[in-house]
Design a protein around this ligand. Structure first.
Ligand SMILES: [Fe+2]
Length: 363
C-alpha cells in the first residue's frame, strides 16, 4: 500500500495572517528570534492575536542547539499555552516544533495547536514533520522526524520576505531547489509527491534569480515562498537523499549555511545518482520542464550556472573548509552522512567510499 497524508492547513495570499485570528482570547506562546522581535515584523503577527495572553520566546538562534530547546521547552511547559506561533526561518520553526514536543513531556497540556509563519523561503518546515537540531558539543545535526511535529496551520505571507538580504535569499532558495530535486527521485516518491516536486522545482528554478535581484516585495519572492511550501510537502511525503545527509554532516562540523552546502553538493549528487536509469530519466524530465536539454548533465549544468549567478561559492574551500581538512575528516563525515536519517531515501545505494569521492569533487 502507498499513502500520501495531509494534515497542515495552508493560508496564503495578502490576508493569510487572518488565519491566526481563530486563536482570539487564548494563551499563545510566540517563538521567534531576537532580530525579528525587534524588527517590528513581530507586531504584524501580534496584531492578529486579539485578546490573547501572549508569552514571547525570542531566544532562537541559527542551528538551534539541544540545550536551548530544552530550556525553551521548560518555559513552554510552565506557561501552558493552548497554541504556539512559530515565527521566523527554519530555525524558529524547528525550535518551536521541538519545544512543543519536549514541553508536552514536561507537563504542558497535550493539545497544543502549532501555527507556523515562515519569514524565509527555504526549509518548508511549516508543512513537514522534520525538525533539525544541533548537538553543539559533538558537532552533529539531528533531524527529528515524527508526524506529531507537523504544524496544524501554515501561514504564508510574502510581505515578511521583503527585507530578507539577497545572500539569505540565495542560500535558502537553493535549499528549496534541493528539496524538490531530492524528493522527486527519492525512494518514497509517488505520483502526489512528484506533482508537488515538479511544480516546486520549476517555480524555484525560474524565480530564484529574480527574487535574489529584487528589492522589497516582489512576485518572485512570493513565488519562492510557494515553491518552498510545495517542496516541503513533497519531501515530507517522499523523503530526501544523499545531498541532505552530506549537508547535515558537513553543516554540523563546519557551520556553513545549509542551503549553501546543498548548492555545492547537489550537482555532484545528480551525477552520482544518474547512474540509476530511472533516476536519470526523472532528472532529465526536470531539466526539460525548466527549458533545458533533457539530460541529467544539463540539470547539473543549470544548477551550477544558477549558483554562480547567485554569487554563491563554487568550491567548499570558499566556505572556509580547506581540502586537507576535508580529507582528514573524510571518514567521520562519511560515517555521519550514512547515519543521517535522509540517507536511506537516496535512490542509489551509497557507501562511505562514494561519499569520500564526492567530497573530493567539492574541494
Ligand atoms: Fe534542506
Amino acid at each position: 500500500m502507498e499513502q500520501f497524508n495531509l494534515k497542515t492547513a495552508v493560508s496564503f495570499g495578502p490576508d493569510a495572517l487572518t488565519a491566526l485570528e481563530e486563536l482570539a482570547g487564548q494563551r499563545v506562546m510566540v517563538i521567534t528570534d531576537d532580530f525579528l522581535a525587534r524588527s517590528g515584523l513581530l507586531d504584524r503577527v501580534l496584531a492578529h492575536l486579539p485578546g490573547c495572553t501572549v508569552e514571547r520566546y525570542t531566544d532562537v538562534v541559527p542551528d538551534p542547539p539541544l540545550i536551548l530547546v530544552a530550556q525553551g521547552a521548560r518555559k513552554l511547559a510552565n506557561f501552558k499555552p493552548q497554541a504556539v506561533v512559530a515565527f521566523g526561518g527554519g530555525s524558529s520553526m524547528d525550535c518551536a516544533k521541538a519545544m512543543v514536543e519536549f514541553g508536552k513531556k514536561m507537563g504542558a497540556p497535550g493539545e497544543i495547536r502549532l501555527y507556523a509563519v515562515p519569514t524565509t523561503a527555504g526549509t518548508g518546515s511549516e508543512v513537514t514533520s522534520f525538525a533539525v537540531l544541533t548537538d553543539s558539543e559533538k558537532g552533529v545535526k539531528y533531524p527529528l522526524v515524527d508526524d506529531s511535529l507537523l504544524p496544524h496551520q501554515a501561514v504564508l505571507d510574502a510581505g515578511f520576505l521583503e527585507k530578507v538580504p539577497p545572500a539569505v535569499t540565495a542560500d535558502t532558495g537553493m535549499d528549496v531547489l534541493t528539496h524538490a530535486a531530492e524528493a522527486y527521485v527519492a525512494r518514497g516518491a509517488n505520483i502526489y509527491t512528484d506533482a508537488l516536486a515538479e511544480k516546486a522545482f520549476v517555480l524555484a528554478y525560474h524565480n530564484l534569480r529574480p527574487a535574489y535581484e529584487s528589492t522589497g516585495e516582489s512576485p518572485a519572492k512570493a513565488n519562492m515562498l510557494l515553491a518552498s511550501n510545495l517542496a516541503g510537502m513533497a519531501f515530507n511525503g517522499a523523503g530526501l537523499g544523499l545531498c541532505h545527509s552530506m549537508a547535515h554532516a558537513l553543516g554540523g562540523r563546519y557551520h556553513v549555511p545549509h542551503g549553501r552546502l546543498n548548492a555545492l553538493i547537489l550537482p555532484h549528487v545528480v551525477g552520482f545518482n544518474a547512474a540509476n536509469q530511472g533516476t536519470a530519466a526523472k532528472y532529465a524530465n526536470l531539466a526539460r520542464l525548466c527549458g533545458l536539454s533533457p539530460t541529467p548533465r544539463a540539470l547539473s549544468f543549470g544548477l551550477n550556472r544558477l549558483r554562480a549567478q547567485l554569487q554563491l561559492p563554487q568550491k567548499i574551500s570558499a566556505c572556509g573548509v580547506e581540502s586537507r581538512t576535508l580529507k582528514a575528516d573524510g571518514d567521520a563525515i562519511a560515517a555521519a552522512a550514512l547515519a543521517d536519517l535522509c540517507a536511506p531515501a537516496n535512490p542509489r545505494p551509497v557507501t562511505a567510499e562514494d561519499i569520500k569521492g564526492l567530497l573530493k569533487e567539492l574541494a
